[in-house]
Write a protein that binds this ligand. Structure first.
Ligand SMILES: C[S@@+](CC[C@H](N)C(=O)[O-])C[C@H]1O[C@@H](n2cnc3c(N)ncnc32)[C@H](O)[C@@H]1O
Length: 275
């Protein structure tokens, strides 16, 4: 059962389809068809942008024949990038109705709505037959889902034999306290953050025989600092546009979040698990 706090968090998230289009309008766009590449500076809601997509796609072995399920697909930034650069077909499963609608709108604006099917639903119960996909993909999203065993079993179920679950996510480092977890739950609706070896064990319990992991903690630290600057700018922009100060709490949370990352209490990891 998804936590309503997760839905509410993404309902008010600073990155939205409307905000992306506002920025493009401010840069002179007048409503004509766009290319996916014009959205890329704005539509990637994970760490490392397009380079992170390229690396994850390479690990997952995504090619033109691949059927990819993007779990927790957000505004479909990575889905559009995979379709354009890898030629694959993507099904994008997203919980939040507003984000699913925003993703469809952006897909249509760049003429990719026939290559990406956006489905609104919960990643712990994907509405697809077993052995449907070559790759299940996700970025910085599984932390929002409390029932990790159900989520990983669901990913395993929809993968073909030999299919790959490729994802990146937050992991717990030494010294992450109960208070810090409370801060993460409050600040970014984080429900589940595991030490990397516990995450690996959960993947094996879900039926993945071969599990590989890469530590992304050092790579994510400067990205987090840059994100904090971006959220500070979004806050300033919202105030300048007369929208009040909707991002004040988020910026305050993010400052404490970055401290935890710099201290090593939180880190990032890339997983590849083979069905
Ligand atoms: C950090 S965003 C990542 C979006 C996308 N992967 C990207 O990189 O642009 C996480 C997304 O996960 C979605 N999400 C959270 N819990 C979910 C669930 N149980 N099922 C499906 N989507 C979920 C959120 O609504 C949000 O859009």
């Amino acid at each position: 059962m998804p936590d309503p706090h997760v839905v509410a968090f993404y309902d008010r998230h600073p990155i939205s389809a409307e905000r992306i289009l506002q920025r493009l309008r401010a840069a002179g766009w007048s409503g004509e068809r766009l290319t996916a590449a014009q959205l890329w500076p704005h539509d990637q809601d994970h760490y490392g942008g397009l380079a992170a997509n390229d690396t994850l796609a390479a690990r997952a072995g995504i090619g033109p024949e691949s059927r990819v399920l993007d779990l927790c697909s957000g505004l479909c930034g990575p889905a559009r990038h995979n379709v354009v650069t890898r030629g694959c077909a993507v099904v994008a499963l997203e919980l939040n109705a507003g984000r699913a609608a925003g993703a469809r709108r952006l897909n249509a604006l760049v003429g990719l709505d026939d290559r990406i099917a956006v489905v609104q639903g919960d990643a712990t119960a994907p509405p697809f037959a077993e052995a449907t996909f070559d790759v299940v993909w996700s970025q910085e999203a599984f932390l929002h889902i409390a029932d990790t065993p159900a989520l990983l079993r669901a990913a395993r179920r929809v993968l073909k034999p030999g299919g790959r679950l490729a994802f990146t996510d937050w992991v717990a480092g030494a010294g992450l306290t109960a208070d810090d977890r409370g801060l993460m739950a409050q600040g970014i609706a984080a429900q589940a953050i595991y030490p990397p070896d516990v995450y690996e064990a959960l993947l094996r319990e879900a039926g993945f025989a071969d599990v590989r992991r890469e530590d992304l903690s050092a790579a994510w630290r400067p990205i987090l600092r840059a994100r904090l600057e971006m959220y500070r700018e979004l806050r300033t922009e919202a105030r300048r546009l007369g929208d009040g100060d909707p991002h004040a709490d988020y910026v305050r949370f993010y400052e404490r979040f970055v401290d935890l990352v710099v201290a090593g209490a939180l880190g990032g990891a890339r997983f590849l698990a083979i069905a």
